[in-house]
Design a protein around this ligand. Structure first.
Ligand SMILES: Cc1cc2nc3c(=O)[nH]c(=O)nc-3n(C[C@H](O)[C@H](O)[C@H](O)COP(=O)(O)O)c2cc1C
Ligand code: SF4
Ligand code: SF4
Length: 285
C-alpha cells in the first residue's frame, strides 16, 4: 500500500515539512494541493498526511476545498501537521471535520511554529536565522513519531481565538476577491513567468510578458517572495482601483497592507521556485 503527503504551500515552509516527513517515512509521494484531487486519490493508501500553513486562524480555503474532494482510505494512518507562525486557530479541527464526513479521523496532529510570511502586513518574523533551525528540529521529532505511527491528539487553540474570528477575520475574508487588485508590477519585471508557476491557485497568467491577476488570490505570498526581481508590489493608493477597493480598505487588516521599500520577503531557504512549481514527486530518503 502507498504512502502520500498532501501539502499546500505559498512560501515553502509546508513543502519543506512534507519533504522532511516523506524522507523519514521513505517511498512516499508528496503531492501539492494545487493538483486536481480527483486525479491524485488516496483511496488505496496506508499512510496519508496533510501539511498546510494557517491563514486567518484556520486551514487555507484552497486546502479545505482540496480535502473535501479527495478520496481517502478511512482506515489509513492519517496525520496533520499545521505550520502556523503563532496562532493556530481551528486549523486541525477544520480538517478533522472534513475527515469525519469521509468516515475517517486523524491519528496524529501537530503544529510547528514557522516564519510568518505575510509580508504585506509585517516583515518576516521571527528572524529566519533563528526560526528555521528551530522548525527543522521540531520537524525531525515529528517525522520520527509519524514513522513509528504514533497517535497524538491534535493541538487546539484556546476558546478566545475562535470567538474573535467572527469579528476580526470574517469581514476580511468576505472581501478576499479584491485582495489582489492592489498588486503592481514594476519596470524591473523580466517576464520570467516564475510568479505564474509558483501560484498555488493559478491566479496569475502572463499576458504580453506581464503578470495579470485573476481575483481568486489566496494571499499566499509565493509570487511576491519568489519573484527574482522584487518586481511585485502592493499599493492601495492606485487611482484606477479606488472604487473597487473602497469596501476592502475599510477592513482594519486590509488598511495595513502594503509593501514598503526595503520590506524583506521570505521563502523557506530549502525550497526553490522550481520545487514549488512541481506538483508531485516521490521522496525516497
Ligand atoms: C494570508 C496569510 C494569513 C496568515 N494567517 C496566519 C494566522 O492566522 N496564524 C498564524 O500563525 N500564521 C498565519 N500566517 C503565517 C503562515 O501560516 C506561516 O508563515 C506559514 O508557515 C507559511 O507556510 P508556507 O511557507 O508553506 O506558505 C498567515 C500567512 C498568510 C500569507
Ligand atoms: S516573477 Fe517577477 S520578474 Fe518574473 S514575470 Fe513575475 S513579476 Fe516579472
Ligand atoms: S497571486 Fe500571488 S499571493 Fe495570490 S495566490 Fe497567487 S502566488 Fe499567492
Amino acid at each position: 500500500m502507498k504512502k502520500v503527503i498532501y501539502y499546500f504551500t505559498g512560501t515553502g515552509n509546508s513543502m519543506r515539512a512534507a519533504i522532511k516527513i516523506a524522507k523519514r517515512l521513505q517511498d512516499t509521494c508528496i503531492v501539492s494541493m494545487r493538483s486536481n484531487p480527483e486525479e491524485v486519490p488516496a483511496a488505496d493508501c496506508e499512510v496519508i498526511g496533510f501539511v498546510f500553513p494557517i491563514y486567518r486562524w484556520t486551514m487555507p480555503e484552497p486546502a479545505v476545498r482540496f480535502v473535501e474532494k479527495l478520496q481517502i482510505n478511512p482506515k489509513a494512518y492519517i496525520f496533520a501537521v499545521a505550520m502556523p507562525s503563532f496562532i493556530l486557530g481551528d486549523g486541525c479541527e477544520r480538517l478533522e471535520r472534513i475527515l469525519e464526513t469521509k468516515g475517517a479521523k486523524l491519528s496524529y496532529g501537530a503544529k510547528v511554529n514557522s516564519v510568518a510570511n505575510y509580508v504585506l502586513v509585517y516583515p518576516p518574523m521571527p528572524l529566519p536565522k533563528y526560526a528555521v533551525p528551530k522548525a527543522e528540529k521540531k520537524l525531525d521529532q515529528i517525522a520520527q513519531q509519524i514513522a513509528f505511527r504514533k497517535t497524538r491528539a491534535y493541538p487546539k487553540e484556546n476558546k478566545f481565538i475562535p470567538k474573535l474570528h467572527q469579528k476580526v477575520m470574517e469581514p476580511y475574508e468576505k472581501l478576499q476577491k479584491d485582495a489582489d487588485l492592489p498588486f503592481t508590477i514594476s519596470k524591473n519585471c523580466i517576464h520570467c513567468g516564475i510568479c505564474a508557476r509558483v501560484c498555488p491557485v493559478n491566479n496569475i497568467s502572463i499576458v504580453d510578458g506581464k503578470p495579470v491577476f485573476h481575483h481568486k488570490c489566496a494571499q499566499c505570498m509565493a509570487c511576491v517572495s519568489f519573484c527574482p526581481q522584487r518586481a511585485i508590489g502592493y499599493d492601495l493608493k492606485q487611482e484606477d482601483i479606488a472604487d473597487q477597493i473602497k469596501e476592502f480598505k475599510k477592513v482594519p487588516i486590509a488598511k495595513m497592507m502594503g509593501l514598503p521599500a526595503g520590506r524583506k520577503r521570505y521563502h523557506n531557504p530549502y525550497i526553490t521556485a522550481a520545487d514549488i512549481a512541481q506538483n508531485e514527486r516521490k521522496v525516497d530518503q
